[in-house]
Design a binder for this molecule. Sequence first.
Ligand SMILES: CC(C)(COP(=O)(O)OP(=O)(O)OC[C@H]1O[C@@H](n2cnc3c(N)ncnc32)[C@H](O)[C@@H]1OP(=O)(O)O)[C@@H](O)C(=O)NCCC(=O)NCCS
Length: 188
Amino acid sequence: MEKLKFIRPNKEYEKQAFEYIQEFKNYNSHINGAGGLAKYIGNYDEWLQKLENDRNVVPSENQVPRETFMLIRESDNKLIGIINIRLALNKELKEYAGNIGYGIRPTERKKGYASYQLYLALKFCQEKGIDKILVTCKKENVGSSKTIQSCYGILDNELVKNGELLQRYWIDVNNAVKKLSLKYESEE
Ligand SMILES: CC(C)(COP(=O)(O)OP(=O)(O)OC[C@H]1O[C@@H](n2cnc3c(N)ncnc32)[C@H](O)[C@@H]1OP(=O)(O)O)[C@@H](O)C(=O)NCCC(=O)NCCS
């Protein structure tokens, strides 16, 4: 895997962030994991403030703290993906949405970036002392289910949500990071 940075969004990526969302729209692709960015087009500073607020939320049944990271390719400083990590689960998240949402821009897909981005998120969870995380996807979203499986997600169950079949996977964070680090860190 080439060199990629995993960073909290900052002012440097304002223009690219909006282009990123536009690319999803151009390709009619579902936006996921972008920390609500699509609702802040033209209001980047407000979005950065929202992310700061998201980080500092006190966990409750309604809200949990969350962190958003950008995956940046170092060779051309390009924004490749965005991932949103929820650091706790409430009842709703435990049932449906899980700990993590993510996306890779349409023109950079099928190059292994989603799996690598999820690996970096798992490393972050490990640093935070989180032992296991829940990741869910629609069954028909084969790219996403394969991404989860490539990071050692174990299927717990499938359930119907809003008429669609949803898969719930658990990842043993320490085990996955150990195995994935052998894969990714030996490539360097
Ligand atoms: C799902 C998504 C993140 C995958 O990104 P990606 O960078 O293309 O994924 P990767 O290249 O890391 O591929 C991971 C695995 O999925 C497979 N894959 C990726 N896209 C696929 C597709 N459309 N159909 C079948 N398999 C696919 C890859 O071959 C790879 O499999 P492997 O581990 O057996 O080699 C991307 O398609 C996306 O952003 N979709 C829109 C947002 C979304 O659905 N997010 C997830 C919500 S749960």
